[in-house]
Design a protein around this ligand. Structure first.
Ligand SMILES: Cc1cc2nc3c(=O)[nH]c(=O)nc-3n(C[C@H](O)[C@H](O)[C@H](O)COP(=O)(O)OP(=O)(O)OC[C@H]3O[C@@H](n4cnc5c(N)ncnc54)[C@H](O)[C@@H]3O)c2cc1C
Length: 476
């Protein structure tokens, strides 16, 4: 029987293992061993239920536009668990000049698609609005050379769109710095819109028209409406728990938690994965850990490959969830939350009004919100103690939203070196890693470090290497 060892039990590693099982033919015998150094699978995905609150420590949703996470949920029998956002309150606010301003309706990511809401917006100055509108006349870039998100947005939509919208909203997804982030690797859709339509606004309008036409197909069969962000009623850990238990139902699959791989070596036409106590011989290895952890595993095996993996930088973040009695909150909470541009010099990057964004998150008489701390520009804030971090976040919420109430619950989740940064030249760096890896058939790296950063991309990335591994092992 052939064996595959998957190192890392985050969503990418579990998706890879599940895809191996899904595509295996009856006459193909394969043992799968998943090694996860933490006591539980899930990686960054962690849902906790405390006193009637459902708290996401890491991600709280996935993008429906990238279909792989939703498709996986359906294959796992979780279609009925899918939960859209609460569309009655789909507003997002941006802090500017110390006040919360509504992001004009029709601004999709950072691209305006409706004139009136933009014209009436208090967020952008008249000059900034005119500059954004001029986008349709800016010629497309001639070279295919990568550029930073900052340069791209200044070039197409102007400085104010960068500072007040793209930086907090778009770069915020990656906890990144727009002056170093690669537009091509982080937001390939924007580049594609420019290349294909010569304008982001024109391209987005065309896409919206064609989406409206195909709206009939926009509901999951018998399931809920599909919104831009989707989650699961019981939290994203349901996806991890179902993957984990379904994998264990197949024979010849083991998930060893609390078991870190310490190295990988080539041995007798296959590989050996070293553990703290012992080693596993295997035909193929899928490393689904962060890139720097893959670098450590491969440092003795191929120092050059290991150095290349280390060229992908990571930043640290933390989330702080606070719950309050509804009666004590004067703010109307009329949206999904707010983002904070760097120019505001605050100590949080964003806040989600969780119990407004999704149902089933808090008891009726309470509200749940969570704030993001750290990221590329403020990683050191994640080093504060829990007490200091909660105090800091409360001070920020008092200034921004006028909340003076004491929380009935406070939880801090730290995510050290957890967000890979796709800086300019990322595509080139990944190509070099993959060229070097191609020397070792049966050895793969996957996860959010290489070809897409969110949950949906991580699912797809896991599935892609699973197919490659099956092809290598069984020649199909
Ligand atoms: C705070 C936060 C909020 C986020 N919000 C969103 C969101 O709302 N939507 C979204 O789509 N994405 C979001 N993301 C990104 C999302 O979490 C990631 O895309 C995804 O979880 C990455 O999965 P992964 O399997 O590649 O990596 P990970 O989740 O990092 O899993 C890697 C696993 O490898 C294990 N490992 C490492 N070294 C070893 C070793 N030597 N041996 C064995 N195991 C090892 C680790 O313990 C870990 O479990 C967020 C991330 C963070 C940190």
């Amino acid at each position: 029987m052939k064996r595959v060892v998957v190192i890392g039990g985050g969503i990418a590693g579990l998706s890879a293992a599940y895809s191996l099982r899904e595509h295996l033919k009856q006459d193909e015998d394969l043992e799968i061993v998943i090694l996860e150094k933490n006591p539980a699978t899930g990686g960054n995905i962690k849902t906790e239920k405390i006193n009637g609150f459902l708290i996401e420590g890491g991600p709280d949703c996935f993008l429906s536009e990238k279909p792989w996470a939703m498709e996986l949920c359906k294959r796992l029998g979780l279609a009925g668990e899918l939960l859209p956002t609460n569309e009655n309150n789909r507003r997002t606010f941006v802090l500017s000049g110390g006040r919360l301003h509504e992001l004009p309706e029709g601004v999709i990511l950072m691209i305006p698609t409706r004139i009136m809401p933009l014209a009436l917006s208090s967020l952008i100055t008249l000059r900034g609005k005119l500059r954004m509108a001029l986008e349709v006349f800016i010629p497309r870039k001639r070279s295919r050379e990568d550029e930073t998100l900052g340069d791209f947005v200044r070039r197409r939509l102007g400085r104010e769109a960068l500072d007040k919208i793209a930086e907090p909203l778009v770069a915020g997804v990656h906890a990144g710095d727009p002056e170093t982030m690669s537009i091509r690797s982080s937001f390939p859709k924007f580049v594609q819109l420019e290349e294909e339509h010569g304008s982001l606004i024109r391209g987005m309008l065309k896409r919206l028209t064609s989406m409206k036409k195909s709206k009939a197909g926009h509901n999951t069969a018998g399931g809920p409406a599909v919104t831009m962000f989707m989650t699961l009623k019981g939290g994203l850990s349901v996806m991890i728990d179902t993957l984990t238990s379904d994998l264990l139902k197949y024979g010849n699959t083991s998930i060893l938690t609390g078991e870190a791989a310490t190295g990988v070596a080539a041995i007798g036409g296959g590989y050996e994965v070293r553990l703290e106590n012992g080693a596993l011989r295997t035909d193929a290895v899928i490393i689904a850990s962060p890139a720097y952890a893959a670098a450590a595993l491969l440092s003795g095996f191929d120092p050059e490959l290991s150095r290349k993996l280390l060229t992908i930088p990571y930043v640290s973040t933390a989330t702080v969830s606070l719950a309050f009695k509804k009666s004590g909150i004067k703010h109307p909470l009329n949206g999904f939350g707010f983002v904070v541009p760097g120019a505001e010099k605050r100590r949080i990057m964003a806040a989600t009004w969780t119990s407004v964004k999704f149902k089933h998150r808090s008891p009726e008489d309470s509200v749940l919100m969570r704030c993001f701390v750290g990221g590329a520009k403020n990683s050191s804030l994640t080093l504060l103690s829990d007490e200091e971090m909660v105090r800091m976040v409360r001070e920020e919420l008092k200034d921004i939203m006028g909340i003076e109430e004491s929380p009935v619950l406070a939880r801090v989740y730290r995510w050290k070196n957890s967000m890979p940064q796709y800086t300019v030249g990322h595509e080139e760096r990944v190509n070099r890693i993959e060229e070097q890896l191609a020397k070792y058939p049966g050895l793969y790296v996957t996860g959010s470090a290489y070809h897409g950063i969110g949950i949906s991309d991580s699912v797809r990335n896991g599935e892609v290497v699973a197919k490659k591994a099956l092809h290598y092992l069984f020649g199909k």
